[in-house]
Design a protein. Structure first.
Length: 423
């Protein structure tokens, strides 16, 4: 059923008012391998039907491959571009319920703990109700439509996984599971709100940011770019919520990686090297999800670490291992000891004109090398597109067949010995 208003889709255009050229499903980006569409998938959650619709869009209009992003979204590459392609893509996505609002399609950037509600008490609360409510609130807010395509929400169930991703608004379940801490950017102060008020608090924080950005001339995309203190934003948000309390953010456990490949309680986890999922891999994922789901409730959860979690309620032991073996047979990573989850790269050549090297081919060859620190991110130019937050090794193409390497710790980069892609 179509859920989006009948507004004509935008294709291959920049937003002259805001200057935010971040691609979306209705605004295609021109790349060397064709047009690119970025489909927002809040929380990475896809029904089997929606997953099949994305595969059909990639097959019919693009290169056939599903490309996962560091926010758990999906990119379609190799598109023809133009209004005809954009209109057909919008129709496919809309029919699958992936475009609940044309006006908000680029601002539905929400990451959520992928295993939340699946693996018992590893988290302290299930964030799924937050995700559903926040997405509805976002799509219903005229103010939120002015957010940039880069603004990010994180819904953490208390385990500390997506809390590490540097979101603009982070909602984290408290230890008792009955409240949430809401922080803005790197604010030292946080709001404490009842569990059920967390989505409204997150939206209010985003709307407050929009107001502050407009006061600066409107060309501010992330909280970190505001000259206003994040704590000042927290105080303003608190004044707009009747049940919010302001306090100092307590030191909390923060993880720096997602679910390890392999079986988990109530779920299977796989990693897709470079976030690239072939038609065969995607088809097997959706088949496993459908088989393991309860009464047609199968789903996929795309992770910000370019992996996929498949909920398999009631499946364990030999049955879980058999399902994982089927996924591994397609080339997906299912071994928790694999180095692949610690290796990422931008698209590189030939997909990007700015890239100075085929970084993905070089990164794959590097798996046999000793590396200074994981995670390692390979970049074809100084922009370092898609690099993970936190400590990492940066490997950047120098343009002469070599790579410059630096170890980033606590935001400070220390150069180490350059490398050549041929050991």
């Amino acid at each position: 059923m179509s859920t989006a208003p009948g507004t004509p889709p935008l294709t291959s255009r920049d937003d002259g008012e805001r200057g935010d050229a971040c691609p979306g499903a209705l605004r295609l980006h021109a790349a060397d391998d064709g047009a690119l569409a970025r489909v927002r998938v809040p929380g990475g959650v896809l029904t089997v039907r929606q997953a099949e619709a994305l595969a059909e869009a990639a097959r019919r209009l693009g290169d056939g491959v599903l490309h996962l992003t560091s926010r758990g979204n999906v990119q379609l590459r190799g598109l023809a571009g133009g209004d005809a392609c954009g209109t057909e893509l919008a129709a496919l996505l809309d029919a699958a319920g992936l475009l609940p609002s044309y006006a908000h399609e680029r601002v539905r950037n929400v990451v959520a703990s992928p295993l939340s509600g699946l693996d018992g008490r590893q988290g302290t609360a299930d964030v799924r109700p937050w995700l559903t409510r926040l997405d509805a609130l976002l799509c219903g807010s005229a103010t939120a439509a002015a957010l940039s395509g880069r603004f990010l929400f994180a819904l953490d169930d208390g385990r500390g996984d997506v809390a590490s991703l540097g979101a603009d608004v982070t909602v984290r379940a408290t230890e008792d599971g009955r409240h949430a801490r809401v922080s803005v950017g790197t604010s030292a102060e946080a709001l404490r709100v009842p569990y059920e008020d967390a989505p409204l608090a997150a939206l209010t924080a985003a709307e407050t940011f929009v107001e502050a950005a407009r006061a600066q001339g409107g060309r501010v995309w992330r909280v970190a770019e505001l000259p206003l203190s994040p704590d000042a934003l927290v105080q303003t948000v608190a004044g707009r919520l009747p049940h919010a309390q302001v306090g100092t953010t307590d030191p909390l456990l923060v993880l720096t990686e997602g679910p390890a490949p392999g079986p988990h309680r109530g779920a299977l986890s796989v990693h897709a090297p470079f976030g690239r999922l072939s038609p065969a891999q995607w088809r097997e994922l959706t088949t496993v999800a459908e088989e393991a789901g309860e009464a047609g409730s199968g789903e996929l959860r795309l992770t910000p670490w370019r992996g996929v979690v498949v909920p398999v309620p009631g499946v364990s032991g030999e049955r879980a291992e058999a399902l994982l073996a089927r996924l591994a047979a397609t080339g997906l990573v299912t071994d928790p000891a694999s180095p692949w989850p610690g290796v990422s790269a931008c698209v590189g050549r030939p997909g990007c004109a700015k890239s100075l090297a085929d970084v993905r081919a070089d990164a794959e060859r590097s798996l046999a090398w000793d590396v200074p620190l994981l995670p390692v991110h390979w970049s074809g130019c100084e922009r370092r597109c898609g690099h993970p937050p936190g400590d990492r090794t940066d490997v950047v193409a120098a343009g002469d067949g070599t790579y410059r390497v630096s170890v980033v710790r606590d935001g400070k980069a220390t150069p180490v010995t350059p490398i050549s892609p041929t050991p």
